[in-house]
Design a binder for this molecule. Structure first.
Ligand SMILES: Nc1ncnc2c1ncn2[C@@H]1O[C@H](COP(=O)(O)OP(=O)(O)OP(=O)(O)O)[C@@H](O)[C@H]1O
Ligand SMILES: [Mg+2]
Length: 275
């Protein structure tokens, strides 16, 4: 296991947010961190990165890191694409990447520009003028620039149009071939496509661990844990693409952007903040 959390607790603003979170991340492929809004996914990620005070044990690559500070943890080889992307809007693509260069690491510009030809073409453009999807690409590219042993990506497709979700999914898939990934994601089609194992949080605790295919194949469990169902009209589609009348879009349609709606619509997204 590349990353192991054991009984991690976080208290924020007097609230006990993480209440003994324990799970591990496989050294290969994508592990999905799932759960409804507000259950503590981002807080878990921040606890790993040392961005919030936490108790409990966190091992990375077999070594304890829970007493280290963020820059020390990052230097050990964790790349982080945060939920709000945290790109420098006024700086160019090249400048954003240059700022992400870590000393003592090789810098894989060739890989980054191969995976993101769009960013190469826009290398002199201010990141604040890029589309949301392109900005997300910059955030992901930064994690791939350095010699990381794990990348942590928090909701990379949030707020993106279906076509852009497809592009981000492809990039994540290629990235995950190179480096293991902990992925927070509410688009279950994307989770199904990318992730091997899944960890589900509810109210600051792990309530399920196991292969995501098994979880997503169990409609009742998916509904119970992730709050989405198979009933017509219950599914949530991205705001830019309304569901065809009387039905919902097949989850893989969101990723591939070309699949016709299925008769029986499997669970689609846990996002509860979409219209
Ligand atoms: N600084 C803070 N002070 C107090 N409460 C906080 C703070 N940060 C987060 N919380 C609370 O902690 C809980 C977990 O938040 P977190 O951002 O980890 O959820 P999440 O699972 O990532 O949600 P989402 O899917 O909406 O991104 C929420 O109830 C949130 O309001
Ligand atoms: Mg979050």
């Amino acid at each position: 296991m590349i990353l192991e959390l054991d009984d991690v607790h976080v208290t924020l603003g007097g609230s006990h947010i993480l209440q003994g979170v324990s799970f591990s991340v496989a050294p290969i492929g994508v592990t999905a961190l799932l759960g409804r809004n507000g259950v503590g996914k981002t807080t878990t990620v921040k606890a790993i990165l040392g961005l919030v005070r936490r108790t409990g044990r966190i091992d990375f690559g077999g070594d304890p890191v829970h007493r280290l500070r963020t820059h020390e943890i990052v230097r050990r080889g964790i790349g982080y694409a945060p939920e709000d992307r945290c790109v420098f809007a006024k700086l160019t693509v090249t400048e954003n990447l240059a700022l992400a260069e870590r000393r003592g690491s090789a810098h894989a510009y060739d890989l980054v520009y191969e995976l993101f030809p769009e960013l190469k073409a826009r290398s002199a453009q201010a990141v604040g003028t890029l589309s949301g999807g392109q900005q997300q690409m910059v955030a992901i590219a930064r994690t791939l620039l350095n010699d990381n042993r794990l990348i942590v990506v928090d909701e990379p497709t949030k707020g993106l149009a279906p076509k852009v979700v497809t592009e981000v999914a492809e990039v994540l898939e290629r990235a995950a071939e190179r480096v293991p990934m902990l992925l927070v994601e509410q688009n279950l089609a994307l989770v199904r496509r990318l992730a091997g194992d899944g960890v589900v949080l509810a109210a600051g605790q792990v309530v399920h661990r196991g292969p995501v295919r098994e979880l997503l194949a169990d409609a009742a469990l998916t509904r119970e844990l992730l709050g989405v169902g198979q009933a017509r009209g219950e599914s949530v589609t991205p705001p830019t693409r309304p569901a065809p009348s009387g039905g919902s879009i097949h989850p893989l349609a969101i990723v591939k952007d070309r699949q016709p709606p299925d008769e029986v619509s499997p669970p689609e997204s846990t996002r509860s903040d979409a219209p």
